[in-house]
Ligand binder design. Structure first.
Ligand code: UDP
Length: 259
């Protein structure tokens, strides 16, 4: 029987066109994109920091909006959607979606390539290798086609794409932090043969166990950002983008803008 594609509704949040999906709907769409071998489909998981990045550097809109699926990985984006009067259904965490993808791939046999994260040290392999090992423990049968750390120069882009293609991976996790990973996927999409690529930031650290995700209490009460602030106070400067973004959104709305 022919699969019916579900095209989610788009919601404009300060110029970034988010898919208005629940976690389940996002995952259904991801599976459709993985199954479609005709092109490289892309998922980005922007939070308010990335939307603010687009507002500050308009060339980023083209990069972010080029994705086939854009999920709101941040409560700030969901608040902004309410302020603008076009509420998104819910926050959809990139790390949770990536975890579902790994579980799905362990059943279908689709190989995953993990690109990004810290280099190997004398004490441990690269973070992507640690993440791969942990995911294989969690999902027996999972095929990790390859891993590569995220520290390189632009001159390496072709050889990185060649390495990913030669691995036979169908799914690519790019974890270089934002907006580097989104730019890398955008610039190198034409070189790739995978069917699905996703920008997943610090997910590689969570999978590897080198960074802990906030306990459930913080996730459920939408205070994950607060937990990260306590655990990684060096992020405080970056996190000021959240109030800046929300305050800017209130002003934007009051000036009569719709999205
Ligand atoms: N990272 C990388 N290459 C870089 C910069 C960062 O591989 O040039 C990795 C970094 O080691 C970390 C991941 O990107 O594993 C996510 O970084 P960060 O927490 O800054 O990103 P976020 O998830 O907040 O966007």
């Amino acid at each position: 029987m022919k699969q019916r594609n579900v095209m989610p509704q788009k919601i404009n949040i300060r110029g970034v066109y988010f898919d208005n999906v629940t976690k389940d709907e996002a995952f259904e769409r991801v599976k459709e994109l993985i199954r479609d071998d005709s092109k490289v489909s892309v998922m980005y998981t922007p939070n308010s920091e990335i939307v603010q990045c687009c507002i500050d550097d308009e060339s980023m809109y083209g990069v972010i909006n080029s994705a086939d699926l854009i999920i709101p990985d941040g409560i700030g984006v969901v608040y902004a959607s309410k302020i603008l009067g076009t509420p998104l259904k819910q926050k959809v965490a990139g790390v949770e979606t990536a975890d579902l993808i790994a579980e799905y791939a362990s059943k279908t046999g689709d190989g995953i390539f993990i690109f990004g994260g810290g280099k190997a040290t004398s004490e441990r392999p690269c973070v992507a290798r640690l993440a791969a090992d942990k995911l294989c423990e969690k999902y027996p049968g999972l095929v990790i086609s390859g891993v590569r750390d995220g520290y390189f120069s632009d001159a390496d882009n072709q050889s990185i794409a060649d390495e990913i293609n030669a691995s036979g991976a169908k799914i690519l996790f790019v974890c270089l932090g934002a907006p580097k990973q989104e730019k890398w996927i955008y610039d190198n999409r034409d070189k790739l043969k995978v069917s699905f690529a996703a920008g997943l930031g610090g997910s590689v650290d969570v999978f590897a166990g080198t960074v802990k995700r906030a306990p459930d209490f913080f996730v459920k009460t939408n205070l994950e950002w607060f937990y990260r602030l306590i655990k990684q106070p060096t992020r405080a400067g970056r996190m000021m983008n959240l109030p800046r973004f929300l305050f800017g959104t209130v002003i934007h709305k009051n000036r009569g803008h719709e999205g």
